[in-house]
Design a protein around this ligand. Structure first.
Ligand code: KIV
Length: 274
């Protein structure tokens, strides 16, 4: 096994991420679920690592994120935190760990942050506003998640593009504004027309909007690592670019992703947006 050279970057923090956003520098995020990949994506220069509950599908082989438990998220967050040196770690609150009450949400956040998360992510709009306010007031950096919210896949009727009609887009914009007001520093927007995501970012300039299948008008981008390496089973969604296609190592692919997000060539609106 080859030793990996230590990273020379300073550890990322919320202040620095906000500065990057204010200066128009795109923010890069990729998923990692274990120490090896956390070290690799960190070494390759990713700003943020998402310990996503997509690990339910990618690592555990489930058909959705619904079966993932808080204990499992804590375990994977610990693994990632051990491998990472500088990236900002965002961990998902899994299904059932925050819907009951804001106190339940707080307890779940404490577990994830004590495992090494710097920020927690939760899905949904409207009812989550009060929870986000409660958490941010208590010093927990929060990332929202709107649009296609995979924990609600059964209610949404599948992995469908959200906000396509005017009513849907209006609701998304309203929920995003509420999250921003409640103190969410960041929000992931998943699978929606790029015009809607761009409008959300423009209307909430202080909130870092991170897009996935939401075009290039946001503060940053996130992808599932296994998707952009094209090692996920099945056909890649249109919004994913296969960064491993040009060859080289996994680290090369991640470096190409970082460079493409930073210079605005990914996502390409003609190929990867709706
Ligand atoms: O769990 C995850 O990987 C996510 C991304 C799809 C944004 O939430």
């Amino acid at each position: 096994m080859t030793a990996v050279a230590p990273v020379s970057r300073k550890p990322m923090n919320l202040h620095r991420l906000r500065e990057m956003h204010a200066q128009g520098e795109k923010i890069t995020m990729l998923t990692a679920y274990d120490a090896t990949f956390a070290r690799l994506v960190d070494e390759a220069g990713v700003d943020c690592i998402l310990v996503g509950d997509s690990l339910g599908m990618i690592v555990q082989g489930h058909g959705s994120t619904v079966p993932v438990s808080l204990d499992e998220m804590v375990y994977h967050t610990r693994c990632v935190a051990r491998g990472n040196q500088t990236a900002w770690i965002v961990s998902d609150l899994p299904f059932g760990s925050y819907q009951e009450s804001r106190e339940q949400a707080l307890r779940s956040c404490v577990a994830l942050m004590q495992a090494g998360a710097h920020m927690i992510k939760l899905e949904g709009g409207g009812w989550t506003t009060e929870v986000v306010h409660f958490l941010t007031e208590r010093g927990i950096p929060v990332c929202g998640h709107l649009g296609l919210t995979p924990q609600s896949v059964h209610a949404l009727g599948g992995y469908r593009i959200q906000g396509r009609d005017e009513a849907g887009a209006t609701t998304l914009r309203k929920h995003a504004a509420e999250l921003a007001q409640a103190g969410a520093a960041m929000t992931v927007l998943e699978l929606m027309p790029s015009a809607v995501a761009r409008q959300v970012q423009d209307e909430n300039p202080g909130m870092m909007v991170i897009g996935i299948g939401a075009g290039g008008g946001t503060a940053g981008q996130v992808l599932v690592l296994h998707d952009m390496l094209n090692i996920t089973r099945g056909k890649l969604p249109r919004f994913v670019r296969n960064f491993a296609a040009e060859g080289g190592s996994v680290e090369d692919a991640v470096r190409r992703y970082v460079a493409a997000v930073k210079d605005g060539s990914f996502p390409d609106e003609t190929l990867h947006a709706y």
